[in-house]
Design a protein around this ligand. Structure first.
Ligand SMILES: [Zn+2]
Length: 317
C-alpha cells in the first residue's frame, strides 16, 4: 500500500509507524511521522504548508484507517507546524514553551511577510541564473531548495491560518494507546528554546524532530548548542535503535554520534573566535571539515556560525 504524496514519501520504521520524508517540492521542508497507537493515530509534526499537512492527514488515514486524533509539534519552527490547520479537531500537543514560541514568532503581517519572501526569491533567482551563478553542485542544490521552499510558502499564504497547540505539557507525556505507548519527552532547549522528541519503546524508534539532522547542515543559530549536545547524549540512554531526523534520511542511532561531533565543532569554533576576538566574517569563512563536505543545505553552515558568533558579540569585520 502506498500513501506517498507529491511532497513526501513514507518509510515504515516499525510495524504501524512511518517516517514521512520530505521531498524537494518545498512544501514540506522537514520530515514528519505517522504512528498507529492501536485505537488512535498520532502525527508527529505537520510540515511547512497546509497543503502538505493535508496530504499527511490523508496518508495517516490511509495507513491507519482513521483520522489522526493527536498531533505533536516538536518545536516552533514553521516547517514543523504550518500544516497544523489540516488536522481539524485533533488535539495539538507541544510543550508550554513551544506553544508560546509559535504564537510569538508566527508572521502577523502576511503582506509584509510575502514581500520579504518575494524579495528573497528574486535574490535566489539571481544567484541561480546570473552570470556569477553558483557552480558548486551542493550550493546550486541548496539555492534551488531554498527557492522551492520560498515559492511554496508564498503559494500557501492565502490559505494559511496559524493554528496553535491546544494541549501542552512541561517535561514528559505518555500517550498510551491500546497497542503501544508513545513517550513525548523534552530535555529543554537545544535546537530551539524547547524541543520535544517522541520515543516508541516497543520499537526502539526515536522521532527526533530537529534535535538530529542526517546528511544536512543543521540550523544552529536559534538554540543552545552546548545543551543540544548534552540532550543527544541523554537521549542515547533510552537505547534507541533508529532515528527519524527532522531533516534527512532515517538512520541507525549511532549516527547521532557524528551529529554531536559536528555540533561540538561549531561550538569550539565559536569559543575559539571569542577567545581570540576573531571577526564574524573570518569565523564564517572557517572551512567545512571534510567529514561534512557532502552534507546538504550548505548555506546553513555559514549562517549558523554567523548567528552564534554574533550572539557572543564578535566584531563584524
Ligand atoms: Zn527547526
Amino acid at each position: 500500500m502506498s500513501a506517498d504524496s507529491a511532497h513526501f514519501r513514507l518509510e515504515e520504521v516499525a510495524p504501524g509507524a512511518w517516517a514521512a520524508l520530505a521531498g524537494e517540492t518545498g512544501a514540506c521542508v522537514s520530515n514528519a511521522g505517522i504512528i498507529d497507537l492501536g485505537d488512535q493515530t498520532l502525527v508527529f509534526d505537520t510540515f511547512m504548508t497546509p497543503e502538505a499537512g493535508a496530504d499527511l492527514r490523508s496518508a495517516a488515514e490511509r495507513m491507519t484507517g482513521r483520522s489522526p486524533a493527536l498531533v505533536v509539534n516538536s518545536h516552533h519552527h514553521g516547517d514543523h507546524v504550518r500544516g497544523n490547520q489540516a488536522f481539524g479537531q485533533a488535539t495539538i500537543i507541544s510543550t508550554d514553551r513551544t506553544a508560546e514560541l509559535i504564537a510569538d514568532t508566527s508572521p502577523g503581517d502576511l503582506e509584509a511577510y510575502e514581500a520579504q519572501l518575494t524579495e528573497w526569491i528574486a535574490s535566489l533567482d539571481r544567484k541561480l541564473v546570473g552570470s556569477d551563478r553558483a557552480s558548486d553542485p551542493l550550493v546550486h542544490q541548496d539555492l534551488e531548495l531554498s527557492r522551492a521552499m520560498a515559492r511554496s510558502i508564498v503559494a500557501s499564504l492565502p490559505d494559511l491560518t496559524i493554528t496553535l497547540p491546544t494541549s501542552t505539557f512541561a517535561d514528559e507525556l505518555m500517550v498510551e494507546g491500546s497497542a503501544r505507548t508513545a513517550k513525548l519527552i523534552t530535555y529543554g532547549g537545544g535546537h530551539t528554546d524547547s524541543d520535544t522528541f517522541l520515543f516508541l519503546p516497543d520499537a526502539s524508534v526515536l522521532f527526533a524532530g530537529d534535535l538530529v539532522w542526517v546528511g544536512n547542515h543543521p540550523w544552529a543559530g536559534d538554540g543552545h548548542p552546548d545543551d543540544w549536545v548534552s540532550i543527544i547524549y541523554r537521549m542515547k540512554e533510552l537505547s534507541p535503535a533508529s532515528v527519524v531526523p527532522g531533516h534527512g534520511t532515517v538512520a541507525n542511532y549511532e549516527y547521532a554520534g557524528i551529529f554531536t561531533r559536528y555540533l561540538t565543532f561549531l561550538c569550539d569554533m565559536v569559543k575559539q573566535a571569542e577567545a581570540t576576538s576573531t571577526s564574524l566574517t573570518k569565523l564564517a569563512e572557517t572551512p567545512i571539515p571534510p567529514e561534512y563536505a557532502d552534507w546538504g543545505s550548505v548555506s546553513r553552515y555559514r549562517s549558523s556560525l554567523e548567528s552564534l558568533g554574533s550572539r557572543v558579540g564578535l566584531p563584524p569585520d
